[in-house]
Ligand binder design. Structure first.
Ligand code: ATP
Length: 216
């Protein structure tokens, strides 16, 4: 059976402003779903609500039709936050244990990191650490991976490696990705959504993308 993640009936109010109100997001196993939208439109908020690390007044998150109260409590969903994933005071090896990722898996996709796995994140450059965090999330056993700005700090070569890894991982997972490097997002995504004024709509054509201000 192919896994399906769905999120809807989400309500977030900030005072009188209804911040997120008209959302239907679907992500199937085997696809990368790109989430576009301007700064502050709520992309991170939406991913956090799906993961369960942010409270919403109302939400319905389902995997294969079954309600999920908090994705972070089980291994169905993993989230790469916009800031950092691995706390500064734990070793990479400890982070791997927490995410149940084996050394040989990391060695296969990011061999350069192997000599430093017993060290803390400070041993890595910003881009190296971001890539390593992405590796850990994508190589975990999660059915769905939510990636909030995975390309931040990555050089073009590393972005290519990141996209190749995502393409490989999607065979067994569904991936939702948002990033300001929108060309990389549009390039790697099978389907796109645009979030604006609390509303999520699917982008179905290149023309629509151009009309929203994105160059293709
Ligand atoms: N309590 C609050 N009251 C009003 N607005 C709030 C509150 N908390 C957060 N916000 C607003 O919500 C927005 C945060 O949205 P979020 O971080 O989800 O956006 P984003 O689309 O991920 O942005 P970016 O692309 O810049 O990362 C900000 O504009 C912030 O001002």
């Amino acid at each position: 059976m192919m896994n399906v993640l769905e999120a809807d009936s989400i309500m977030v109010d900030y005072g009188v402003v209804s911040f997120l109100s008209d959302i239907y997001l679907r992500c199937d196993q085997g696809e990368i779903v790109g989430l576009l939208g301007r700064n502050g439109c709520g992309k991170s908020t939406l991913l956090q609500i799906i993961f369960g690390s942010r409270i919403a007044a109302q939400k319905s998150i389902r995997i294969n039709g079954e309600y999920l109260s908090a994705g972070y409590k089980n291994s169905n969903i993993k989230f790469l936050p916009q800031d950092t994933l691995i706390p500064a005071n734990i070793t990479i090896r400890d982070a791997m244990r927490l995410l149940s990722v084996e050394r040989k898996v990391v060695a296969a996709v990011f061999p350069e990191s192997v000599p430093f796995l017993e060290q803390t994140p400070a041993r890595f450059s910003g881009g190296e650490l971001r890539f390593l965090e992405l590796v850990l999330i994508l190589c975990s056993d999660a059915k769905f991976c939510l990636l909030d700005e995975p390309f931040t700090g990555l050089s073009p070569v590393m972005i290519e490696r990141a996209i190749a890894l995502m393409q490989h991982a999607k065979k067994e997972k569904g991936i939702v990705v948002t990033d300001h490097r929108y060309r990389d997002v549009t390039q790697c995504s099978d389907r796109l959504y645009y979030l604006s004024s609390g509303r999520l709509r699917q982008i179905d054509s290149e023309e629509q993308l151009v009309n929203l201000g994105y160059k293709v």
